[in-house]
Write a protein that binds this ligand. Structure first.
Ligand SMILES: NC(=O)c1ccc[n+]([C@@H]2O[C@H](COP(=O)([O-])OP(=O)(O)OC[C@H]3O[C@@H](n4cnc5c(N)ncnc54)[C@H](OP(=O)(O)O)[C@@H]3O)[C@@H](O)[C@H]2O)c1
Length: 238
C-alpha cells in the first residue's frame, strides 16, 4: 500500500486530497494544526479506519516539524504533499486583503513567509529519509500561479506572491539537488479553487482540482522534476 503525507489536511484542498487518495486505497498521514477541531477529517478517518492517521503539526513551528520526524521514524512516505498555506488577510472581504503597494503589513508578511516557505523547506529536510524509503519518491508543494514572475501582469499581492515565488525557487533547487536520489520535486498550482482561501467566486470546485492534481502526481516521472505544473497537466512560466 502506498503512503501519502498531506499537511493542512483538515479543510480546503488538503481535506479534498485526503478524500481523493482514500478513495484510491492509499494510506494517508494527515496532519492538522488542531486535530481535535478537525471534524470533517475525523469523520473521514472514522470511515477509513486503518488508512488515515491524523498527526498534529503546526508548519509555522520548526520544533513541531522536528517532533514529527521522531513519530515517523523509518516510515516510508511515497508522496509528500505540502498543502498547508496562508494567504494573509482575506483577499476580498478584509481591508488590505489585496496586499496593495503602500498598505504592507510586515508582521503578517513574516507569518506568510514562515508558513509558505520555511514550513515546506523544513518538512522536506526533516522527512527526506522517509521519502528515500518510499517507492514513488515524490515531493509536491502547492504553489500558485501568483508565484509566477514571468506571468505577473496584475501587480499587488506582494507578500503572498513573494512567498510562492520563493517556494518555487526551493522546489527547483531541490529537484536538482535530490535528482541523484531519484526524488521528484514539483511546485503545483491547484487552479483558482472555491475554498476559504480561494473564495466563492473562484473558477473551479475542490473536486475538480484534487482529481486533476492526483492525475498529475500519478503521472510524474523523474524527467518532470523541477517543472512548475498546473492541476490540469499544463505548465507555468517561472
Ligand atoms: N484555493 C486556491 O484558489 C488556491 C490557489 C493557488 C494556491 N493555493 C494553495 O493551496 C494550498 C491550500 O489552499 P486552500 O485553498 O485549501 O486554503 P485554505 O482553505 O485556507 O486552507 C488552508 C490550510 O492550511 C492550513 N494551515 C495554515 N496555516 C497553518 C499552519 N501554521 N500549520 C498548519 N496548517 C496550517 C489550514 O489549517 P487551519 O484550519 O488550522 O488554519 C488549512 O488546513 C495553499 O498552499 C494555497 O496557497 C490555493
Amino acid at each position: 500500500m502506498s503512503t501519502i503525507l498531506i499537511t493542512g489536511a483538515n479543510r480546503g484542498l488538503g481535506l479534498g486530497l485526503v478524500e481523493e487518495y482514500a478513495k484510491d486505497g492509499w494510506k494517508i498521514i494527515a496532519t492538522s494544526r488542531n486535530p481535535n477541531n478537525s471534524d470533517e477529517l475525523l469523520e473521514l478517518a472514522n470511515k477509513n479506519e486503518n488508512n488515515i492517521e491524523i498527526l498534529q503539526l503546526d508548519v509555522e513551528d520548526l520544533k513541531s516539524i522536528s517532533d514529527l520526524s521522531q513519530v515517523l521514524q523509518n516510515t516510508p512516505i511515497d508522496v509528500l504533499a505540502n498543502v498547508a498555506g496562508y494567504y494573509g488577510k482575506k483577499i476580498v472581504s478584509e481591508p488590505g486583503g489585496l496586499q496593495e503597494f503602500g498598505s504592507t503589513d510586515y508582521e503578517d508578511w513574516q507569518r506568510i513567509i514562515k508558513v509558505n516557505i520555511f514550513g515546506p523547506m523544513k518538512i522536506c529536510e526533516t522527512l527526506i529519509n522517509n521519502i528515500e524509503l518510499g517507492n514513488d519518491k515524490k515531493i509536491i508543494t502547492l504553489s500558485s500561479i501568483i508565484g509566477s514572475i514571468g506571468g505577473n501582469d496584475q501587480g499587488m499581492m506582494y507578500a503572498y506572491r513573494v512567498s510562492k515565488a520563493g517556494v518555487n525557487a526551493i522546489m527547483r533547487s531541490m529537484a536538482i539537488d535530490l535528482k541523484d536520489k531519484g526524488i521528484i520535486c514539483i511546485p503545483l498550482h491547484p487552479g483558482w479553487v472555491r475554498t476559504d482561501m480561494g473564495g466563492p467566486n473562484a473558477d473551479i470546485d475542490t473536486k475538480t482540482s484534487v482529481e486533476g492534481m492526483k492525475r498529475v502526481i500519478d503521472s510524474l516521472s523523474i524527467k518532470d522534476s523541477g517543472r512548475y505544473m498546473v492541476y490540469d497537466g499544463s505548465e507555468l512560466p517561472w
